[in-house]
Design a protein around this ligand. Structure first.
Ligand code: SF4
Length: 326
């Protein structure tokens, strides 16, 4: 492992000052330490932020939820407000990683985690994300788990987070603190598609620290849930997934929030699916017709064409689970 310096901070301003000088934030360390061991990442300075006061889940004035960046995945999943207001978040978290990892990994770290593309983690392979301009070994290689949506000629790696799919569906906002103060970024703008610069993954400015993720208040009642399809039943990343939240009143779908995971270079919001169901009454035919739009614009690679139909089926099934068929 490359030598590095390590510093602990107890104040957010102190953290940002360290980050602005090039320090790399670390909390649970469940992604970064692995990447350092594999020499994929070689930071000069680690700034341990685990002592910062960002460990709370709270209800916002408008009735949404604010989840501190250092709340662990396990704590967020088990929190009574998360479970009752947004079960889609609890379910996405509980279907992620392992119990040990969920006890260590934080919400901020989860959305910052890097891709599981095997070529990215193999330092002998060409990878534009790890080494800009070197090429993309996945293009001609084994790309079964890669993205069918949002890729470019430079990279088609999927974003691995489950809870990020729920955040994308619910139109969360990421709270940031930087040298110039606080700002909020819509979740849809926070994670970046690869384009020509796959090495740039988040809309973060130098030194910026994630302080919280805020879920907006949504009309009640709100039924929601997360479905994850994967090669094995535990400790595996999604081939496809669907986060669905529906506000149904008087037998009519008034609002819909839908996003997919495992298929996009970022969590993939599905506005065409949402628009198709709003104003309609739940029915098997409605779910099927809406889900048929889930893979619009897909560009499969050699080994992942199966994801097109699997995505449509995943979305249809989760719409039915959350919305019923009456
Ligand atoms: Fe690297 Fe992206 Fe290509 Fe994977 S898909 S090898 S992460 S450039």
């Amino acid at each position: 492992m490359h030598p590095f310096t390590y510093t602990r901070v107890s104040d957010t301003r102190e953290a940002v000052a360290e980050g602005s000088r090039g320090g790399r934030y670390i909390a649970g360390g469940t992604t970064l330490v692995d990447l350092m061991r594999e020499t994929v990442e070689q930071p000069e300075t680690l700034v341990d932020i685990s002592g910062l006061p960002l460990h709370k889940v709270s209800v916002t004035e408008r009735g949404g939820l604010r989840i501190g960046a250092l709340v662990t995945m396990a704590e967020a999943a088990a929190h009574p407000k998360v479970r009752t207001l947004y079960p889609v978040i609890s379910q996405a978290l509980e279907l992620s990683a392992s119990a040990q990892l969920r006890n260590m990994a934080t919400i901020g770290g989860n959305i910052m985690q890097r891709t599981r593309c095997t070529y990215f983690r193999d330092v002998t392979a060409d990878c534009n994300k790890r080494e800009p301009g070197s090429g993309c070994a996945a293009r001609e290689g084994f790309n079964r788990t890669h993205a069918i949506l949002g890729g470019s000629d430079h990279c088609a790696a999927t974003h691995p987070s489950d809870v990020a799919v729920a955040f994308a569906a619910l139109e969360a906002r990421v709270h940031l603190l930087g040298p110039d103060g606080e700002r909020q970024v819509p979740f849809a703008d926070f994670l970046l598609r690869p384009g020509d610069t796959p090495n740039r993954e988040q809309a973060l400015r130098t030194g910026e620290l994630i302080t919280a993720v805020e879920i907006p208040a949504l009309p009640r009642p709100l039924a929601s849930g997360y479905l994850k399809v994967r090669d094995r039943q535990s400790y595996e990343f999604a081939l496809t997934s669907a986060a669905v939240a529906l506000h149904i009143r008087g037998g009519v779908i008034r609002e819909a929030r839908v996003a997919a995971g495992g298929v996009g270079t970022v969590p993939w919001k599905l506005p065409a699916v949402e628009q198709h169901v709003v104003g309609e009454r739940p029915s098997p035919a409605l779910w099927a017709a809406a889900a048929a739009k889930a893979a619009d614009g897909a560009r499969p690679l050699t080994h992942n064409r199966f994801k097109v139909e699997l995505l449509q089926r995943t979305v249809a099934r989760q719409l039915r689970i959350v919305g019923g068929t009456k």
